[in-house]
Design a protein around this ligand. Structure first.
Ligand SMILES: Cc1cc2nc3c(=O)[nH]c(=O)nc-3n(C[C@H](O)[C@H](O)[C@H](O)COP(=O)(O)OP(=O)(O)OC[C@H]3O[C@@H](n4cnc5c(N)ncnc54)[C@H](O)[C@@H]3O)c2cc1C
Length: 375
């Protein structure tokens, strides 16, 4: 695994001007999550000079875990990273679900659970990329020379391609699609990644999930790589969040209704992350001029399809493919928008169906596996 080293901020004039004057094509990537690093990696492999700007002091460390599906694993394979990633994750071959007292078993293929940070670490190719931490973008603007990035500290950057990988609350999206509206997803998730609590409690290949439709709750537990587990709780936000309450109070209230193994793990975890999910119609176009959106900035995902990280990886592969096939950037971005837009629509539709099923109590199998069909 490539470990992240502390990065020196490279904001000197020399670095910036040499980036602008060299003969190969240049890209500025905004955001150092899965989508940003995957896109940066693919552009770098194509011979582009890439700069990545991340607002956090270090590449954002979000301590949750992800399920990688067939499409995400295929994307990693094409980047030459699949084998490395598998060392940090657990293959999940079975899903055992209990819904309203009834047990259900499913066989899963091509599904790996791993810490999000392990995925980002593997994507990082910091030696070849000019990496700027503490570098917060205020927005993208346009003048008679084209679009450019403006940073909060007043700096500006131009490049042949600007990639907005700055997540759900993207500021780059305000330039690409100023009218874009986002609404909160009704189902939210608490997620905790923790050291294995009891050796052998979990089969290394099985994800377990319980759905309590009458309470608007579901919870699951899965192995997430050597010596680690992930626990999550999905809840109907409208039903459980009627008053002002802290995350801790909410978690206490919810976990009182969960099986002991899940409740104790999530209560005792040092870091529980809350995923405030979003629902938004897919953008008609994910690019404007030479500014492109990828990952959550382009298509926020509802929780059930498990497609956020997978779709971000596929975006990078789609971008690489489009740039290889077209000599004109505008044509390549058009192709990207068509391909990634069509897939985002499928995931959105699947996510909304699954959300309805969750809320009505009709969900019988592991919801995430439904995204395999869409992938
Ligand atoms: C608790 C939790 C659990 C999740 N569980 C799952 C799951 O099980 N399965 C799944 O598929 N997905 C899951 N997701 C979603 C998934 O993590 C994302 O969809 C996926 O990682 C794609 O991320 P991204 O790179 O597009 O965005 P992000 O991971 O949000 O990365 C965006 C990056 O941009 C940086 N940034 C933002 N604004 C600026 C700015 N103005 N200037 C510079 N930098 C900026 C941020 O600091 C961040 O590093 C979960 C998310 C959360 C929070």
């Amino acid at each position: 695994m490539i470990r992240l080293q502390p990065q020196t901020r490279r904001t000197s004039r020399t670095t910036l001007s040499s980036f602008e004057s060299s003969s190969s094509k240049s890209a500025v990537v905004i955001g150092g999550g899965v989508a940003g690093w995957a896109a940066a990696r693919v552009l770098n492999q194509l011979g582009w000079r890439v700069e990545l700007h991340e607002k956090s002091p270090a590449t954002a460390s979000k301590g949750h875990a992800l399920l990688l599906m067939k499409n995400g694993l295929r994307a990693l394979e094409s980047m030459g990273l699949r084998a490395e990633l598998l060392r940090h994750g657990s293959n999940i071959n079975f899903a055992k679900t209990r819904v309203a007292g009834l047990n259900n078993s499913e066989v899963l293929t091509d599904c790996v659970c791993l810490p999000r940070n392990a995925l980002v670490d593997a994507l990082v190719c910091s030696n070849e990329i000019n990496l700027f931490h503490d570098s917060k973008v205020a927005g993208v603007e346009q003048d008679d020379r084209g679009s450019f990035v403006r940073f909060e500290d007043g700096r500006t950057r131009r490049a042949d391609l600007i990639v907005g990988a700055d997540g759900v609350r993207s500021v780059v999206r305000e330039f690409v699609a100023p009218d874009f509206k986002i609404r909160m997803g009704r189902v939210q998730e608490f997620v905790a990644l923790l050291p294995e609590v009891e050796r052998g409690f979990l089969s290394t290949e099985t994800v377990r999930k319980i759905h309590l439709p009458q309470l608007g709750l579901a919870a699951g537990i899965a192995p997430a790589g050597p010596g680690r587990e992930v626990v999550w709780v999905q809840f109907d936000h409208q039903r459980w969040c009627q008053n002002q309450q802290s995350d801790q109070e909410l978690l206490e209230k919810i976990s009182a209704n969960l099986p002991h193994a899940i409740a104790t793990r999530i209560r005792n975890s040092q870091a529980v992350h809350r995923w405030r999910t979003c629902d938004a119609v897919t953008l008609e176009k994910m690019s404007r001029n030479h500014v492109l959106l990828v990952g959550d900035a382009a298509h926020p995902c509802l929780p059930f399809t498990s497609q956020g990280a997978n779709a971000a990886l596929v975006d990078a592969v789609n971008l690489g493919q489009a740039l290889r096939e077209h000599s004109q950037l505008v044509d390549a971005l058009d192709q990207f928008c068509q391909e990634s837009g069509a897939t985002a629509n499928l995931h959105l539709k699947a996510g909304r169906t699954l959300e309805r099923e969750f809320l009505s109590g009709r969900m019988t199998a592991l919801p995430r596996s439904a995204s395999l069909a869409a992938a």
